[in-house]
Ligand binder design. Structure first.
Ligand code: ZN
Ligand code: ZN
Length: 182
């Protein structure tokens, strides 16, 4: 995922088309609980913004698989991540940040990535964007009934004989009794 910038480094506004296929092995990181089920694609542009600053504007497409938070069935989902990141030469990151803030004090703080020797490595920026975009949890369906907490039966497939939610012999739920005690 290393991009050579020499060909666009002299002309402000010059850009490189980015059209990369990224295999899972090229992202040597464990994304907690998720695996990629296909290669990732990155499409967009790397633009010379002047003053040795390059900006990546691209869409990352990935397909991930994780376990349903309720029944643990594997669930696949697509990620389409808009990536907008800036790259500055090493040693310039603080200077660039300050000058940018002075130009527009309202601009949200933007992370800067550092490159060296006319080579921009996109890996860290891609990783960071993936981590920020991973869903908190996946469910196989909004109607998923999950697993019985007592016997582990997948309640989507069949109802078990455990009476987890049903009221006990008094006809009261445990919550009603708790209310009486309070
Ligand atoms: Zn489920
Ligand atoms: Zn059960």
């Amino acid at each position: 995922m290393k991009i050579r910038t020499q060909s666009i480094s002299r002309v402000e506004g010059a850009f490189l088309e980015i059209d990369l296929e990224i295999s899972q092995e090229m992202l040597p990181i464990a994304f907690e609980g998720y695996v990629f089920t296909d290669q990732l694609t990155l499409k967009g542009k790397l633009v010379n913004e002047g003053k040795h600053l390059f900006r990546l504007g691209a869409t990352l497409h990935a397909q991930i698989e994780g376990a349903c938070a309720r029944c643990l069935k594997p669930v696949q989902t697509d990620l389409n991540i808009e990536i907008n990141e800036s790259f500055v030469p090493s040693g310039h990151e603080n200077h660039e940040r300050v000058s940018q803030q002075m130009e527009d004090a309202q601009a949200p703080e933007e992370s800067m990535y550092v490159y060296q020797d006319h080579i921009i490595d996109l890996e860290q920026a891609i990783r960071d964007n993936i981590v920020l975009s991973l869903p908190q949890r996946l469910v196989c369906s909004s109607q998923c009934k999950g697993l019985c907490p007592k016997c582990g039966q997948n309640l989507n497939q069949k109802q078990c004989d455990c009476s987890v939610d049903s009221p006990d012999e008094t006809g009261q739920s445990p919550f009603d009794r708790l209310k009486e005690l309070l």
